[in-house]
Design a protein around this ligand. Structure first.
Ligand code: AVI
Length: 324
């Protein structure tokens, strides 16, 4: 771990080498086969995700942005003066800038991301845009514990900004563990500003995750391409199709790869027999109610202070406080 001295020097927690192969073999060996969604984001996957964010059917990104544009002043007021703002994600987005433009005298901005190159580049961009703001990037996996850097000026408090409804990709228990980690990181007086996708009709949700241009299908199938390339796999990608369905009881979109035929796939030394119609579960995207999320957060030590939604109540941004 190296400590930064100034500017955008990177604080590096050297995340453990990813165990892509082990995770894939373990997931495909389960009776209900699955693959972790964190592996979607190789170079092509990240580009496809950017395309998804522009799709008509994928209302999430533009809706969150509209909420930020409309209410950033109130959000900044809630967060308070003299904050060290810690963002989960690399912070190159318009949303971050909208928030920073409204904050009163922020002491430092700390983007946290596992992708070192992307993080350094977006931190440098941000530093150019806000030359008076201390930018202290941290390369770390925010699903694990990490330490905050020391800023030149002492902040009055720390707050985490976690946009994009990424929390929805975690099972509620894991989401709660992450909220507890935020409470430990920021301590008393700290806060959290978080974007969550709200529960709604299955049709709107399923269209958002199975778009008419097939971009989300390509995003899902790209995981198989990545396995072939990086793990010496022989998977015939055309022998799988994308499936997205809303599980109303669990309040989540579930994404699967469905085998189009009986087949054997080989990955390194392992072989897996799949029957026609058999599924590999690749992602969950949980949809919350405001009250449901507030309860989850309360059990982790966070109190809902205020929230903002769009006129159709599709998406919400919540401010939660860590009480003394
Ligand atoms: C990153 N995450 C919030 C997206 C979501 O909506 O759950 C990932 C995604 N998967 C398919 N489309 C978008």
């Amino acid at each position: 771990m190296t400590k930064p001295d100034a500017g955008t020097n990177l604080l590096d927690f050297e995340p453990a080498a990813q165990t892509f192969y082990d995770d894939v073999v373990a997931g495909l060996s389960r009776p209900e086969r699955s693959l972790p969604c964190k592996y979607f984001y190789d170079e092509r996957g990240s580009k496809l995700f950017e395309q998804i964010c522009q799709l008509d059917e994928y209302y999430l990104t533009r809706t969150e942005l509209s909420i930020m544009r409309r209410h950033a002043g109130q959000m900044a007021e809630q967060i308070g003066r003299g904050v060290m703002l810690v963002e989960y994600g690399s912070g190159s987005s318009i949303k971050t800038r909208i928030l920073l433009d409204h904050l009163a005298d922020p002491v430092a901005y700390v983007p946290v991301d596992i992708s070192r190159d992307h993080l350094q580049q977006s931190a440098d961009d941000l530093h150019r845009h806000y030359p008076d703001l201390e930018v202290l990037p941290v390369c770390a996996d925010f699903t694990e514990d990490f330490e905050l850097p020391v800023s030149r000026r002492e902040p009055t408090h720390d707050a985490v900004y976690f946009p994009g409804s990424t929390i929805g990709n975690f099972q509620p228990q894991a989401a709660q563990a992450m909220l507890r980690r935020i409470v430990r990181l920021c301590g008393c007086g700290g806060g959290l500003l978080i974007g969550i996708d709200l529960q709604k009709d299955a049709r709107t949700l399923e269209a958002a995750y199975d778009d008419s241009q097939g971009v989300t299908a390509q995003f899902n199938l790209n995981l198989l391409r990545r396995i072939n390339r990086e793990l010496d796999g022989d998977i015939r990608v055309q022998d799988f199709r994308h499936l997205a369905r809303y599980n109303e009881a669990l309040g989540r979109i579930e994404i699967y790869l469905v085998s189009r035929c009986d087949q054997t796939i080989r990955i390194g030394d392992h072989a897996f027999d799949l029957a026609e119609g058999e599924t590999i579960h690749t992602e969950n995207s949980h949809k919350y109610t405001i009250d449901g999320f507030a309860d989850l957060a309360a059990a982790a030590g966070l109190t809902l202070r205020r929230h903002w939604t769009d006129p159709q109540d599709r998406f919400a941004v919540l401010h939660l406080a860590i009480l003394k």
